[in-house]
Design a protein around this ligand. Structure first.
Ligand code: MN
Length: 518
């Protein structure tokens, strides 16, 4: 990929992202996240704002020592002590960058440089700001060749003044100039035009990379970022899951996948290993306790879920009918057909086959009618529900074993012991058995195995509350494997979870026996 075709990905999850999240990350956690960002293939990791806190300083220092594949960047204002702090924190980095700058709109200059020492008139203050920018770049250059300058609030700045600032900082040695839409006010066409104008009107613009840093206050951060890229920007500043100040920053996964998926339009590329996107997104969501909305593009839980009958039918015939990205391309779990009332017979049949059920057309129709009934009440129908439907409706099984009596003794310092009485079809006397185990359920299962004379392998066991409150019902689900490795699922419901568990086990054994008898 030539330099002209490459878009540099600058990740600011650890700086702009973390500063806005409700949770602060520890130094070690920041390193862990930086390691994942490097694995994802981001070109620049903005690791923090060293002057802002000792912890930020430490994090930048540690990440600089440990991460060698990406450029490590530290933020600073155009103030000597900030730049020195950033330079010191970055000292050990293999590739380092200082990101410095100042506000350049009239409103920023007038409000931030109120003091007469910056000049008496707005015009004088604006000249002083250019001067400060040049000095900051030169100071940063003492620490690293790679210096980025941000022109805060560029979108509202006087155009000719903006061009003069960009020219001056590039002359002073800035290798990247960041044009942020700090307040998330821009509109894509207008923002793209701003970037195009800078490139056309600043004589030395080609000597530096123009970067875009967009915020999502109007939900247009990614659109603005892409408009900037289309106009000639070659660095995008983004965060994982779009976290950041207020409504957040441009989402890295969305911007990167737009460039990748629409290569026909942009003709550009990034170094991102897209297969790491999903994993990185999960890590950020968990670490910062900011969950990803299910409908979020690229990484949301529903990003590859299909539910309407027409979509499901088309998707099953050929995924490309309704998917422009394959989930595996971004490391996301396989596409899912979510079963809802609108799924249709084809979708239901497909799921039944996946679950191992072969049903006739007549059976399918019966199951489908029952399915619709459940789907209307439940919004989403899970695999367990489908399995239960088939088992109840179509495969009514003969109950050979019936749990007649169960007694369990357990407690601190006692050996859990269970005794059971199991009624066996065709025999007049129930079978009794007693056993010990690691816990009450283990003991009960052992006693059931002795009483039935069957010992299927326990594959999976789970228990959940069906209803809330003190009278809550527990529903146990047990999966067992027969000697051929075929799986059978049993269910049991009771207000006593040990009884529910024992019933589920006996139910599974009944299903296994009934099937293997045929
Ligand atoms: Mn920002």
């Amino acid at each position: 990929m030539s330099a002209q075709e490459k878009v540099i990905v600058f990740d600011t999850t650890l700086r702009d992202g973390e500063q806005a999240a409700g949770t602060r990350l520890g130094v070690r956690e920041k390193l862990e996240l930086a390691t994942q960002l490097a694995r994802l293939g981001v070109d620049v990791i903005e690791a923090g704002f060293p002057i802002s806190s000792p912890q930020d300083f430490e994090a930048v220092k540690l990440i600089s020592q440990e991460i060698t594949t990406a450029t490590i960047c530290a933020l600073s204002r155009a103030v000597e002590k900030d730049i020195d702090s950033a330079g010191t924190a970055l000292k050990k980095a293999k590739k380092s960058r200082i990101h410095t700058g100042l506000g350049i709109s009239d409103i920023h200059i007038a409000s931030k440089f109120k003091d007469d020492k910056y000049g008496k008139t707005l015009e004088a203050k604006k000249e002083k700001a250019i001067d400060m920018g040049i000095k900051a770049v030169k100071r940063a250059k003492q620490y690293t060749d790679d210096v980025e300058f941000y022109c805060e609030d560029s979108g509202r700045a006087d155009k000719d003044y903006l061009y003069r600032v960009v020219e001056a900082v590039i002359d002073a040695g800035a290798t990247t100039v960041n044009i942020p839409d700090t307040t998330g006010y821009a509109i894509p066409q207008q923002f793209g035009q701003l970037i195009a104008n800078i490139i056309a009107n600043v004589p030395n613009a080609k000597k530096a990379i123009i970067s875009v840093h967009c915020h999502d206050d109007l939900g247009m951060s990614v659109a603005n970022t892409l408009a900037g890229v289309a106009a000639g920007a070659r660095q995008i500043e983004c965060t994982i899951n779009g976290i950041g100040e207020r409504a957040g920053n441009a989402s890295l996964e969305e911007a990167v996948m737009a460039i990748k998926t629409r290569r026909d339009f942009f003709g550009l590329d990034t170094r991102i290993n897209a297969k790491e996107l999903y994993r990185t997104s999960r890590m950020v969501a968990e670490m910062l306790a900011m969950s990803v909305p299910p409908n979020k593009a690229i990484v949301g839980a529903n990003a590859f879920a299909h539910s309407s009958g027409i979509h499901v039918d088309g998707f099953l015939k050929n995924p490309l009918t309704y998917e422009i990205i394959r989930p595996e391309d971004v490391g996301s779990p396989k596409s899912a057909v979510v079963l809802t009332a609108r799924t249709g017979r084809h979708g239901l049949k497909h799921r039944l086959t996946e679950l191992g059920y072969e049903v006739s057309d007549v059976e399918l129709e019966t199951i489908y009618q029952r399915f619709l009934h459940i789907a209307d009440k439940k919004t989403e129908v899970f695999d367990e529900d489908v399995a239960a439907l088939v088992n109840d409706e179509i495969r009514t099984i003969e109950h050979i074993f019936e749990l007649e009596y169960l007694h369990v003794a357990c407690g601190t310092g006692t050996l859990p012991t269970a005794s059971v009485k199991i009624k066996i079809k065709g025999k007049s006397e129930p079978q009794t058995a007693a056993a010990c185990g690691d816990g009450p359920i283990d003991a009960a299962y052992e006693a059931i195995r002795i009483a039935t004379g069957l010992s299927p392998k326990l594959d999976n066991y789970s228990i959940k509350a069906v209803t809330g409150g003190k009278e809550a019902l527990g529903e146990a689900t047990v999966k067992i494997l027969d000697e051929k490795g075929v799986r059978f699922t049993g269910r049991g419901i009771s207000t006593d979870i040990i009884e529910a568990s024992a019933k589920a086990y006996v139910d599974a054994i009944n299903r296994m026996t009934a099937t293997n008898k045929k």
